[in-house]
Design a protein around this ligand. Structure first.
Ligand code: FAD
Length: 454
């Protein structure tokens, strides 16, 4: 604790997650000292700060953002926003990435976050220390450097640390036998910025996640011949012109030809990986014991807290979620843990809970690499954290609108971003297509009574 008896919290990263954590910490001056937010770049927004360059910044650090020039969001603004701060009314439901960056800047203005962010400061290490009288007998030493000239190294002590360093910047390239023999252009979507350099080229694009599909559409617009190679069930919705599907690439032959799982072969000019990212926490002291194995970060109670060090929080690692509201819920839950309004179970109980949860997921056929993929389970997760922490859950329409967008996207990936949504009340919403025609909702709204919902 600081001299005034308030908890001092460090936040690593000023992307959407870190800003949200700071916003909630600042809302509770009774219990929390103003947070210190460490941000290695000169900007807030993380992923949403488009950077034309690829590779490295002038200071030698790797470029963080994976944003591409023409990206528009894949979640309607009505449910993409933080629940306490809507996007501007005049914007369409699916906005260009520059609008998201602006939105995050407005969030900083509104909640007066700017003064609490240390820009150009890279966290180098986070080390726990046993401290009598500390929160749970612990304190954290956070060592940071000036990320411009790496000169100044400072260590500060905190009661708790919220790790919000983002998870879309360290490209994951799956091991494909013979990959080094590929003779064309090999790249990851992290370095994709615009479609023009691919005009008229033959491209094998590996991975049909949201980025893979989006980039396939962009490439189709410049008349690239795209083979969308993936291991899911074949997509049944209309595909962009010039895009065909194929099973996963299994090997690269001596002459650089790609071989697919069904034995077919092709020799494209470009092999583009849309295969996701690695989790990395290079600053975390090894003794904390947070491990990354096959895309699973563990052991973390509620995907957030290492049982042995419960004043450390690893924020936003769940996948296939609605990120900003998820951060909003996790932030409030972290506060409820730290202020004692939610009493954490014992270390042993938390470890058991994690073990049982992972075992139950495995029993449902979920492989290790997909355990963090919450998808539709995110709503039960959010509700559980709100119930445990004793704060307001998301409004009722949120999950239904979000899940309906997923259905529209699966049906018509070419057009779903032209739809516009409006929220009518806590339960109801409607959606119109480009021509103003109201569309049938694909999913019924579950009538549920939620506590504390206004
Ligand atoms: P980030 O935005 O990555 O921020 C992390 C911050 O931490 C960065 O500013 C970084 O500089 C800083 N940092 C990292 N390490 C350190 C360190 N050691 N010291 C100090 N600072 C550090 N989400 C949606 O809701 N809708 C969408 O349409 C959508 N589209 C997306 C499209 C793409 C291509 C990608 C990659 C992601 C998309 N997302 C989308 C998900 C998006 O990542 C999240 O919305 C959200 O921005 C993640 O925020 P974050 O704070 O966790 O991470």
């Amino acid at each position: 604790m600081s001299g005034l008896g308030k908890l001092r919290v460090a936040v690593i990263g000023a992307g959407a997650a870190g800003l949200c954590a700071a916003r909630h910490l600042l809302s509770r001056p009774d219990t929390f000292a103003p947070p210190v937010v460490y941000e290695l770049t000169k900007n807030i927004g993380g992923t949403w700060v488009y950077e034309e360059r690829v590779g490295f910044y002038d200071n030698g650090l790797p470029i963080h953002s994976s944003m591409y020039r023409d990206l528009r969001t894949n979640i309607p603004k009505e449910v993409m926003s933080f629940p306490d701060f809507p996007f501007a009314k005049h914007l369409p439901s699916f906005v260009h990435h520059t609008e998201v960056r602006k939105y995050l800047e407005q969030y900083c203005d509104h909640f007066r976050l700017w003064d609490h962010i240390q820009f150009g400061t890279s966290v180098a290490s986070v080390t726990p220390e046993d401290v009598k009288g500390g929160w749970n007998g612990l304190a954290w030493n956070v060592n940071s450097n000036n990320s411009v000239d790496h000169s100044k190294s400072t260590t500060e002590r905190f009661d708790a640390v919220m790790v919000c360093n983002g998870h879309f910047y360290d490209p994951y390239i799956p091991p494909i036998p013979g990959l080094e023999k590929f003779k064309g252009t090999l790249m990851h979507s992290h370095d994709y910025r615009t479609a023009e350099p691919f005009a008229g080229k033959s491209v094998v694009l590996l991975g049909a996640g949201l980025s893979g599909l989006d980039i396939a559409m962009e490439l189709s617009n410049v008349e690239a011949q795209v083979i969308l190679s993936h291991g899911q069930q074949p997509l049944t919705c209309p595909l962009p012109l010039g895009v065909q599907q194929a099973p996963p690439v299994t090997s690269v032959l001596d002459d650089g030809t790609l071989e697919f799982k069904n034995g077919e072969r092709t020799k494209p000019e470009v092999f583009l990986f849309c295969t996701g990212y690695n989790f990395t926490f290079p600053f975390l002291d090894k003794k904390v014991g947070v491990k990354v194995q096959e895309h699973l970060v563990w052991p973390l109670y509620k995907f957030l807290i290492p049982p042995a060090y419960p004043s450390l929080f690893i924020v936003g690692i769940c996948r296939a979620i609605c990120p900003f509201p998820h951060f909003h819920i996790q932030s409030q839950f972290m506060l409820s843990v730290l202020d004692g309004s939610f009493r954490l179970p014992s270390r042993e109980e938390m470890e058991k809970d994690i073990e049982l949860d992972i075992a139950a997921r495995r029993a449902r056929g979920i492989s290790t690499r997909h355990i963090l993929k919450l998808d539709s389970e995110q709503w039960a997760y959010n509700d559980e954290l709100a119930r445990l922490g004793g704060f307001k859950p998301l409004p009722c329409y949120w999950s239904n609108l979000y899940e309906s967008n997923k259905v529209f996207r699966a049906r018509d990936m070419l057009n779903y971003k032209t739809y516009n949504y409006s929220v009518l009340d806590n339960m109801e919403w409607k959606v119109h297509d480009l021509h103003g025609q109201q569309l049938q909702k694909p999913l019924a709204v579950k009538k549920q009574i939620q506590m504390n919902t206004s």
